[in-house]
Design a protein around this ligand. Sequence first.
Ligand code: NCD
Length: 311
Amino acid sequence: MLKGRSLIEPLNLSLEEMDELFSLAEKIEAEPACLQKSCRGKVLATLFFEPSTRTRLSFEAAMLRLGGNCLGFAEPGSSSVSKGESLADTVRTVSCYADIIVMRNPKEGAALLASRYAQAPLINAGDGGHHHPTQTLTDLLTIRRLKGAIGNIKVGFCGDLRFGRTVHSLVGALSRYAGIEMVFISPPELRIPEYLRGMLQKEHIPCEETGSLENVIGSLDVLYMTRVQQERFFNEEDYIRLKDSYILNGNKMELARKDMIVLHPLPRVNEIALEVDDDPRAVYFKQAKYGMYVRMALLASILGVNRAEYC
Ligand code: NCD
């Protein structure tokens, strides 16, 4: 259904298309043999100009589980980019070797630009502080699996809402579902960008902004914690002052509902105390696993796998 398409931001997918991806990911989770070997002979290129653990490895794991192969770089210093090659020339070249490209780049808009030059479909694995659509698919699948549905929930976003691309992508995607309320918890310097505030107002999505996690945690169905994005700060002093603005710990979890779930795209730095990991409401490692299933569904779909043939 997504055959040959690139994915630059979540809004490139309709709600129906996302729903189909989630159903397929759930099927793969329930029946691991589903889609096995369906991408035999296909090659995935992962071009990571920024560090990554989960996104890159879950894409590679997804492709290997589908029976395909992977190549690429995790360190731009090891590619000809370090000799001054342009992004356009890099993706044009990689398109000769791969059937699909996953790229992360520190510049906003890099994925869209690269997709215009690539001869193969390109998936944005993060472009600066802009978008991260496959993390959004991961987050939404986690909510769907653990809360039963994506609508009619109150979601709190806490931490660096200014630079966090996973927040930007998820806010946009969630705003299309019915009955969503959002609470934005951040220091004044790290509030959500103005364009998102405008979009939420225009769509009449109920939302509030606050500086206090304690005051609102008891009303949330989902708490989305984020790391303060050190690499996007203009000066070290500001980062040091803001980095520990919020630390979710056992005491704060006591104020939360018994059925609230805590998501985090990871990596975590200090914003969730280790003691929270044992709380059944802490689901961020499950979330990382759902990320692999939904990326399997996405790759198979873009590569045009006929689902009926394989599961
Ligand atoms: C996120 C990212 O790269 O934006 N990580 C991820 O892909 N899971 C979040 C982050 O780096 O803070």
